[in-house]
Design a protein around this ligand. Structure first.
Ligand code: FES
Length: 141
């Protein structure tokens, strides 16, 4: 039911961890399944994502998609990172079962939330980036 790539990223997730003083950090969650994903970006002066880490408290597909998402955004500019949609992540993983598509959405939302945080901190506007629906990072409890 899962592709080899999904299993690989689930068993050996890339870029797990945290970044201290990140350029941007975003936390998103899915209220239905309760899964949570947090993504940290280290972005240089040219707007290139030079490092990215994530933490996912969630299902295997959420772990695999966040792992793949970090691989895809690493080395990209913030503008290019916007093209890393959940579809792009799923394609890179050779697909996900339909019931797991929402897990890949978390990865896209986490990227957007972290980019939004970066833009807020820098006082810049990233064209095409909309305010994340929810960034649960700042809420209490
Ligand atoms: Fe919720 Fe996968 S079941 S993120």
């Amino acid at each position: 039911m899962y592709s080899e790539k999904v299993m690989d990223h689930f068993n050996n997730p890339r870029n797990v961890g945290e970044i201290e003083n990140p350029s941007g950090v975003g936390t998103v969650g899915n209220a239905k399944c309760g899964d949570i994903m947090r993504m940290y970006f280290d972005i240089d002066e040219q707007g290139v994502i030079r490092d990215v880490k994530f933490k996912t408290f969630g299902c295997g597909a959420a772990v695999a998609t966040s792992s793949m998402a970090t691989e895809l955004v690493k080395g990209k500019t913030v503008q290019e990172a916007l093209t890393v949609t959940n579809k792009a992540v799923m394609e890179a993983l050779d697909g996900l079962p339909p019931v797991k598509v929402h897990c890949s959405l978390l990865a896209e939302e986490a990227i957007h939330a972290a980019l939004w945080d970066y833009a807020q901190k820098k006082g810049i506007v990233i064209e095409g980036l909309e305010k994340p629906v929810e960034d649960i990072g700042e809420k209490e409890g």
